[in-house]
Design a protein around this ligand. Structure first.
Ligand SMILES: *Cc1c(COP(=O)(O)O)cnc(C)c1O
Length: 435
């Protein structure tokens, strides 16, 4: 195995992982970090700067994982660091209102016009679970629709998939999620308008809302079929169900204004996270005034947080939003994203290896698959063994990709042409090791 052949390169990381496992479940604080999908032991990072990270053995990598999306300005951007340092010196948390919370809320509203009111929380998980509670309160209904392969954080209601495509037989993905609660989450395939229409014909009166990653990023990157999101909007409107766009990943990534701006769809509620914290823990939810007005203290729907809107995250997020609104940023992302995906396609073609790629703005995806990936079923068919080899070959060549094919890759402002060229060279070497 590739990852077995190079023991000394990752010596310190290996020892660190062994030690961590004695005190942390599986050695990690979030499961996918453990490299289970690609084999081998995780690499321990000690430092990041711009497009690069360094591991504790001193190896340097170009980073396309970027903390799973937040670091759109790159690692330790001097302006983000300065904003955080300045704020830290004035106090890290007050549990009382601060001016910067309003500033960030206004900045978000200017970019996401569908959000009349915005509430800050501490993670994407908190944002989606709060949006779900609100949708239920607003409609007085209890069922929720989610799509197979879409990830909305780890709250109980979202850890559900449908048993053999039968939406009414919702089974929890995780022990500990009560069956009675799981039964309220109806799950159908992404990109399937007919399945959604049928589901609403049967359960429409009980459905509080539909939550969707409008561009899916957590089963690899999967784009919506032409007209799909429009149909989702029409169906939810026809039944007065709340449409929640979970843009925790896609917000500021596929387009400055997220998937909703890119596809011209107005959801009722939006959840954000990742980029709006600039690398600090954050989440947000917001949307139509008449729905958001139900949130306490304005309305009866309770939701709170000791550290919500904390000034460090607000400062990092606000500075990050300023940076990505500079001239030419998204044109640059698109150009670089296309350069990477087309290089990937052409190396694959040369070796007769079937691949599929997707790219929008600063987000891109690649599957070792012979048919276009449209949903979770097709995503799961992608060749995991080939990705495992590719991942480790790229790691050796100094490029850090997500440790699973069913994840998206990200660009930052710091990924310049030189970094892209280095990556393409690494790709060429990695493909030589594939068969
Ligand atoms: C990452 C993510 C979440 C969860 O956010 P956390 O901050 O990890 O809790 C929710 N939804 C989507 C689409 C995500 O990508």
């Amino acid at each position: 195995m590739v990852e077995e052949s190079n023991g000394t390169r990752y010596k310190r990381s290996r020892a660190a992982f062994m030690q961590a496992k004695a005190s942390i479940p599986g050695g990690v604080n979030s499961p996918v970090r453990a490299f289970r999908a690609v084999g081998g032991d995780p690499v321990y990072f000690s430092r990041g700067e711009g497009p690069y990270v360094w591991d504790i053995d001193g190896n340097r990598y170009v980073d396309y994982m970027l903390s799973w999306g937040p670091l759109i300005a790159g690692h330790a951007h001097p302006r983000v660091v300065a904003a955080v340092q300045e704020q830290a010196a004035k106090g890290t948390s007050f549990g009382a209102p601060t001016l910067i919370e309003t500033e960030l809320a206004e900045a978000i509203k200017a970019i996401f016009p569908s959000m009349d009111l915005v509430r800050m929380v501490n993670s994407g998980t908190e944002a989606t679970m709060s949006a779900l509670r609100l949708a239920r309160a607003y409609t007085g209904r209890s069922k929720i629709v989610k799509f197979e392969g879409c990830y909305h954080g780890h709250a109980d209601s979202f850890l559900i998939r449908a048993g053999s495509g039968v939406a009414t037989l919702s089974l929890p993905d995780s022990p500990g999620v009560p069956g009675d609660l799981a039964a309220l989450t109806l799950t159908i395939p992404y990109n399937d308008v007919d399945a959604l229409r049928l589901l609403f014909q049967e359960h429409g009166e009980d459905i509080a809302g539909v939550i969707v990653e409008a561009v899916a990023g957590n089963m690899g990157m999967v784009v919506p079929d032409h007209g799909y999101l429009q149909a989702v909007r029409e169906i939810t409107s026809a039944y007065d169900a709340v449409l929640i766009f979970d843009e925790v990943m896609t917000g500021f990534r596929v387009h400055l204004g997220g998937a909703q701006a890119l596809f011209g769809i107005t959801p009722d509620l939006t959840t954000l996270g990742k980029v709006i914290g600039g690398g600090l823990p954050v989440g947000a939810y917001g949307g139509r005034k008449e729905i958001m007005e139900l949130v306490a203290p304005l309305g009866p729907v309770y939701q709170a947080g000791t550290l919500s809107g904390n000034p460090l995250a607000m400062a990092a997020g606000l500075e990050t939003l300023r940076l990505i609104q500079e001239e030419g940023v998204y044109e640059g992302f698109t150009k670089k994203g296309q350069a990477l995906t087309s290089a990937f396609q052409s190396f694959a073609k040369k070796r007769g290896i079937p691949v599929q790629t997707t790219q929008l703005g600063s987000m891109f995806g690649a599957f070792f698959a012979s048919v276009p990936v449209r949903d979770y079923e097709t995503a799961k068919k992608a060749d995991a063994e080939r990705y495992r080899k590719y991942f480790h070959a790229m790691l050796e060549a100094g490029v850090y990709l997500a440790p699973s094919q069913l994840e998206s890759s990200f660009l930052s402002l710091a990924h310049d042409d030189e970094v892209i060229a280095f990556t393409i060279q690494a790709m060429e070497k990695a493909f030589q090791q594939l068969n």
